[in-house]
Design a binder for this molecule. Structure first.
Ligand code: SAM
Length: 248
C-alpha cells in the first residue's frame, strides 16, 4: 500500500523548503497540486522531475476516490498547494478525509504556514489561539465574525485578501471601535515583509499613507477580549438565582 504525503511548501521564500519536502517530492510517483503550473515553478527551482496533476476545490471530491485507489495499488503520492500547508484554507480536506475513512496511509511533511508564521511574531498571546480562515466577503457577516473572534477571549488569526483589506478594517472599526487593537502581517518571508501593531484607526492611517502596503498577502490578528471582572461565574449565578427565589 502506498502513502499520501501532505507536503508543506514555502509561503514566499523558497529557502524555507525542508530537506524532507525536496526528498519526498523527488521520490513520489505523482504530485497532486492545486495549480500544476505554479507548483511546476517550485519543482524546476529545485530541479525535481515529477508527474503532477491538478487537485483543486472544484475537482477534489471526484479525484479523492481515484487517489485512494492509486494508494491501494501501491503508488506514493504527494499533495501540495500553491503555498504553505495544504488543507489550511487550501484544497485537500476531501482527500485526507476519504483516506482516513478507507484506511489509506497519510503522513505529514510539515513546513511553513502563514497563520503560524504570523502569530509567532505578532506579540499577541500564543498560549491559546484560533485560526478562523478568511474573513467573510460581506460587510455584516464580517462585523459579526470580528465580534465573535474577540469575544472568544483568545488570540484570533485570519487571512485577508488584498482587495478587501480596507473594507474589512472599516467593518472592524464599526464593530469594535477605532481603538480596537489589531496586528497586520503581510508578505511574510518575502522582500516587503511588514508587521504593524496598533489600533484599527492607526492601521487604517498606515495603509492609507502608503497604499502599496495594502497589496500582497495579508494575515490579520486580533487579541481576545479579557473577561470582564463583573462577569459572574456560572455557579455563583445559580446561587444568586436560589437566593433571589427565597427573598421576600
Ligand atoms: N495554505 C496556506 C498556508 O499554509 O498559510 C494558506 C493558503 S490561503 C489560499 C492564502 C492566504 O494565506 C493569503 O491570502 C494570505 O492571507 C495568507 N498568506 C499566504 N502566504 C502569505 C505570506 N507570505 N504572508 C502573509 N500572508 C500569507
Amino acid at each position: 500500500i502506498g502513502t499520501l504525503y501532505i507536503v508543506a511548501t514555502p509561503i514566499g521564500n523558497f529557502d524555507d523548503i525542508s530537506q524532507r519536502a525536496i526528498q519526498t517530492l523527488s521520490e513520489v510517483d505523482l504530485i497532486a497540486a492545486e495549480d500544476t503550473r505554479h507548483t511546476g515553478k517550485l519543482l524546476s527551482h529545485f530541479n525535481i522531475k515529477a508527474k503532477t496533476f491538478a487537485l483543486h476545490d472544484h475537482n477534489e471530491k471526484q479525484k479523492a476516490q481515484q487517489i485512494v485507489d492509486w494508494l491501494e495499488q501501491g503508488m506514493n503520492i504527494a499533495l501540495v498547494s500553491d503555498a504553505g500547508t495544504p488543507l489550511i484554507s487550501d484544497p485537500g480536506y476531501a482527500v485526507v478525509n476519504l483516506c482516513r475513512e478507507q484506511g489509506a496511509h497519510v503522513t505529514p511533511v510539515p513546513g511553513a504556514c502563514a497563520a503560524i508564521t504570523a502569530v509567532c511574531c505578532s506579540g499577541l498571546p500564543t498560549d491559546r489561539f484560533q485560526f478562523i480562515g478568511f474573513t467573510p466577503a460581506k460587510s455584516k457577516a464580517r462585523q459579526t465574525f470580528f465580534i465573535e473572534a474577540v469575544n472568544s477571549g483568545i488570540t484570533s488569526i485570519m487571512y485577508e485578501s488584498t482587495h478587501r483589506i480596507m473594507a474589512s478594517l472599516d467593518d472592524l472599526e464599526a464593530a469594535l471601535g477605532s481603538d480596537q487593537p489589531v496586528v497586520f502581517a503581510k508578505e511574510l518571508t518575502k522582500t516587503f515583509e511588514t508587521f504593524f501593531n496598533g489600533s484599527v484607526a492607526e492601521l487604517k492611517q498606515f495603509l492609507t499613507n502608503d497604499p502599496t502596503k495594502q497589496r500582497g498577502e495579508i494575515v490579520l490578528m486580533l487579541p481576545g477580549k479579557a473577561k470582564q471582572s463583573d462577569d459572574i461565574p456560572e455557579d455563583a449565578r445559580r446561587m444568586l438565582g436560589l437566593l433571589e427565589a427565597e427573598m421576600p
